[in-house]
Design a protein around this ligand. Sequence first.
Ligand code: ZN
Length: 231
Amino acid sequence: MRDGKTPPSVTAISLTAALREALLLFCGQEGIKVCHNWLAQVLLYDPRLYPLLLQFDRDLADEVHAARCPRCGGRLDCADYPRKPRGGPKDLGEEYNERLSFCCALEGCRRRTTPESVRFLGRKVYLGAMVVLVSAMLQGPTPPRAAQLRELFGVSARTLVRWRAWWQTAFAESPFWKMARGRLRTPADVALLPLSLLEQFAPKEGHERLVLALRFLSPMTTASAPGGQAF
Ligand SMILES: [Zn+2]
């Protein structure tokens, strides 16, 4: 642990009741009248979400750091990537300008190892939470129009079309998805990705959908992970 206190298992669980409620509504299990403006504020702009995801990324990085270099067993030094993520609250904090990564300290190896991430979806400029939730909103019980999404999240209609195509093709055909979909409880409808993925994670299990979905997706955010590939 970098801060020496929070075990990884704790970080995934503490999303708010409001967030859980929003996800239930959004997935159509308890009524379909969703005010998307309210949803946007509660869900993507909840100030508690992003520190939580950051903590999760730090825990993932700590595990990688402790395991040392996968090639030579050497010590790993910090070699974070600069990032400029879009989406989410304005004051995300400086930590969000970096994707955590390491480089082997041993001269002659220097291999880069990048931990999985629940914050960054590969090289996409928008935060992973945005790409998952905003894409899924298009498939909800009362999908907002592209113009509304643009107003709420600043995501253009063209970007939405690109994200949609990405889920249906690049993601659906990726080695990661082909390997990982077998771990889901029920087969996920590819045509309804990523909503069909979110629906796999039931809040009743004591965890929360969005964080679990991001955790599920995290191996594909780095070429360093088994089955992973940097998008
Ligand atoms: Zn090494």
